[in-house]
Write a protein that binds this ligand. Sequence first.
Ligand SMILES: Nc1ncnc2c1ncn2[C@@H]1O[C@H](COP(=O)(O)OP(=O)(O)OP(=O)(O)O)[C@@H](O)[C@H]1O
Ligand SMILES: O=C(O)[C@H](O)COP(=O)(O)O
Length: 404
Amino acid sequence: MRPLDELLAEGVKGRRVLVRADLNVPFADADGGRVIADDGRIRAALPTVTALRDAGAVVVLCSHLGRPPGAPDPALTLAPVAARLGELLGADVTCAGDTVGPSARSAVAGAAPGAVVLLENLRFNPGETSRDDGQRGAFADALAGLADAYVDDAFGAVHRRHASVFDVAARLPHFAGGLVLAELDVLRRLTESAAHPYAVVLGGSKVSDKLAVIRALLPRVDRLLVGGGMCFTFLRAQGHEIGRSLVEDDMVATCRDLLDQAEGKIVLPADIVAATAFAADADHAVVPADAIPADRLGLDIGPASVAAFTAALQGARTVFWNGPMGVFEMPAFAAGTRGVAEAVADLGGAFTVVGGGDSAAAVRALGIADARFGHISTGGGASLEYLEGKSLPGVAALHGKAHA
Ligand SMILES: Nc1ncnc2c1ncn2[C@@H]1O[C@H](COP(=O)(O)OP(=O)(O)OP(=O)(O)O)[C@@H](O)[C@H]1O
Ligand SMILES: O=C(O)[C@H](O)COP(=O)(O)O
C-alpha cells in the first residue's frame, strides 16, 4: 500500500488528484433548517486535503452522505459540507452540481492548482453502490476520468465494495491517505498486540451487525459490556421481560448461544431507564433489567449499570467502545452514555479507542474532550469489520487487489 507521501514526493503540481473522503456527517434540525451536528469527519479530512493543496494539486474531493437510493435527493446534497470545509480551510470550495456530469467536469477543468472541488454525493448515482460489477465499473471509469491519481482517505467507508472505494483504485495510480493509515495502525494494535485486561463496550442499535463482532472478539477479550439498544435481545435471551424495547427476535437464539460460550465475560445492564414512549419528554423510571414493565421500552442503561460497567472497566489496559449506551440524542436518556464515556476517559494507563460515527458524535455532543481518549475512530462499521477479521475492500484495493 503506497502512502500519500509517495505521491507528494513524485510531485503533484497541476495534477488532478481524486480524494475519496468520508464526509458522511450527522445533521440536526435547527431554527434555520438542517445544520451539521458534528463536523469531526470533515476535520479528519483536512490534513490530506491541505497537504495536496499546499503541493499545488487540483483536489477533486468526493464522498457519500446518507443512503440515497442511487438518485439525487436535495436533502442529502453535500453543499453544506462544502461550505463547512471552506470555513475550516479558509478557502473557497466549489461544490459541483453533479458527481461526474457536465458540472463536475467543468469545475475540475477550470480549477487552478491548490483549488478544491467537492463532487456531489456519490450515492446520487446508481453505479456507486451497485452489486453489478459492470455498472460499478462504468461509474468508476467516469470518476477516474476526472483525475490523474487517486487517494483513499475514507476510513469510514473502507468496508464498502463501492465504485469510489474499490473499483476506482484499479483505474488510477492509487495511494492511502494519512487517516486511513493511522486508523489501520490503531486497529492492528487492537488485534495483534492488545494489552490485557482487554475490555470491549458495545451499544447502539444495530444488533445483527454487531453479533458477529461479539463472536469474533469473545476469545480475545476479558470483558464484554453490552448496553444500548443491543442489550435487550440478550436480556430476552436470558428469559427476561423487556416490554416494548428494541429487540431482534430472530437473533435471540444466537444471543443465548453467545451467552453460553462467554464464560461469564459478557456483562449486561442491571437496571434500565424505561420510558412510556420513544420521545424526549416521555415519562420514564429506572427499573430492574429483569423486570421491564410490558408497556414500557428501555431507552438507556440505569445508574446501577453505569456503576457496574465502571467497575468492570477498572484495571483494563485496552478498551474498545462502539455504540452509545442509550438514546443520547435525548437528554433524558443520555446519562448512561455519559457515565460510560467518563469511565472510559478516566482510565489511567489504558489504551482507549472509541469507534463509530454515532459514538464519536456522542462523546463530543456530551462535551467530553477528544484528548481524554487514546483514539477516536472515524469508522463504525469499518472498525467492527476489521476487528471481526473480515477483508476490507477499500484496503484490498489499495494493495492492488481490485481489477478493472
Ligand atoms: N435503548 C435504545 N433504543 C433505541 N435506540 C437506541 C438505544 N440505545 C441507543 N440507541 C441508538 O443507537 C444509535 C447508534 O447506534 P449505531 O449502532 O449506529 O452506533 P455506531 O456504531 O456508533 O454508529 P455508526 O455505525 O453510524 O458508525 C443512536 O442513534 C442511539 O439513539
Ligand atoms: O457512517 C458510516 O459508518 C460510514 O460513513 C459508512 O456509511 P454506510 O454505512 O452508509 O455505508
